[in-house]
Design a protein around this ligand. Structure first.
Ligand code: FMN
Length: 352
């Protein structure tokens, strides 16, 4: 897939997620072969005035890997300044958030609120395009529309492209849906039909496995798929999709040993890259992610939440996986198991 002059080998993107797609998590996903990662949305205003917390989240991917930065706002001058900061740290792409449904964001007439004001949204795209070098594509991520009765994604996407956007991502829910209901592939298909052929469309919403990826591409004709929640504690999905999209066999889900190894890698990255009291919080979150869907995961999560420090949290997870691996051996279960299968296999056991 090409976004302007930028070539993306694997047509799978990690969705920007606030408080999730930090540098450690992006790194893990990149190591598993995701096509591109994007920072969480960053307030253009906060970046432009040098707010330390927001500037701390403006992070380049490691080892020179390409990455995108997502910004939000509605003041052209702040958006320009933020986009320049993104380029200064080496961003390959600047994405503008026009999909966030959060009250505090739409109260400021930013995020998905911009879908009700296409002319202002276009002004922002033009300002950001003018602020960055031509080699850095400006892209827009938005929703199906504001409400069920106002699903203007096809016209809105075309207006953003007319203003200079080089790629559109559509999450097939409306703002009023928030995260309820289902993402609608039909609106994504309508956007694909409306956009010029050379503009890539990224479909987003509810993809959690290889079958979901294939289905969304077939149903909508989208050029790539963006995955958010389905990647939490499941970065293997990107390795599986890299293989499948290259026409090779699906390597399947990870076994427990591999799951534990990636947990260790993720926590090593958190320890190396994060500072302060948030570090323990981040480690606790990742403990829960990598155990999600496995036998006894809820009990582990509660114990980890009480762990006084990172070493204690790590020890709990090591012990948990050691017991799980031993149990799997004792019960003669297959080493490779989908999470759903694992749930079913252990359902009776858990209840006992
Ligand atoms: C915790 C969380 C934080 C999110 N933060 C952002 C964000 O910063 N920028 C953005 O464009 N979308 C954000 N989203 C929306 C996701 O990028 C994505 O559009 C949505 O989750 C649907 O995709 P999924 O079903 O694959 O998760 C967030 C979603 C979640 C769950």
């Amino acid at each position: 897939m090409r976004i302007g002059d930028l070539a993306i080998d694997v047509p799978v993107l990690l969705a920007p997620m606030a408080a999730v797609t930090d540098l450690p998590f992006r790194t893990v996903c990149e190591e598993f072969g995701v096509g591109l990662t994007i920072t969480e949305f960053l307030s253009a205003h906060a970046l432009s005035i040098g707010d330390p917390k927001t500037c701390g989240k403006l992070t380049a991917s490691l080892d020179g890997r390409r990455f995108g930065v997502q910004i939000f706002g509605r003041e052209p001058a702040a958006m320009e300044a933020a986009a320049r900061l993104a380029v200064a740290i080496g961003a390959s792409l600047v994405d503008i958030n026009m999909g966030c449904p959060a009250k505090r964001v739409v109260a400021g007439e930013c995020g998905s609120a911009l879908m009700r004001e296409p002319a202002i949204a276009q002004e922002l795209v033009r300002a950001v395009v003018a602020a960055v070098p031509p080699s850095v594509p400006v892209t827009v991520k938005h929703r199906a529309g504001w409400t069920q009765d106002h699903r203007n994604a096809p016209e809105f996407a075309c207006a953003m492209v007319e203003a200079g956007a080089k790629m559109i991502t559509v999450h097939g829910r409306t703002r009023t849906q928030g995260f309820s209901g289902k993402s609608d592939p039909d609106i994504i298909r309508q956007v694909r039909d409306a956009l010029p052929a050379h503009i890539p469309l990224v479909g987003n919403g509810d993809v959690i496995d290889v079958a979901g990826y294939v289905r969304l591409r077939e149903q909508t004709g989208c050029d790539a798929v963006m995955i958010g929640r389905g990647a939490l504690g499941n970065p293997w999905l990107f390795a599986r999709l890299r293989e499948v999209t290259a026409g090779r066999p699906d390597p399947g889900p990870p076994g427990l040993v591999e799951r534990l190894a990636v947990f260790r890698r993720h926590v090593d990255l958190i320890e190396a890259l994060k500072r302060g009291p948030r570090m323990l919080h981040e480690v606790r979150k990742s403990c829960a992610w990598y155990a999600r869907g496995l036998y006894g995961c809820n009990a582990l999560r509660l114990r980890v939440w009480d762990a006084p420090d990172v070493a204690a949290a790590r020890a709990l997870v090591e012990d948990y996986f050691a017991q799980l691996i031993e149990r799997q051996r004792r019960l003669g279960l297959a080493p490779e198991s989908e999470r759903g299968d694992m749930d079913r296999e252990f359902a009776g056991d858990e209840a006992a």
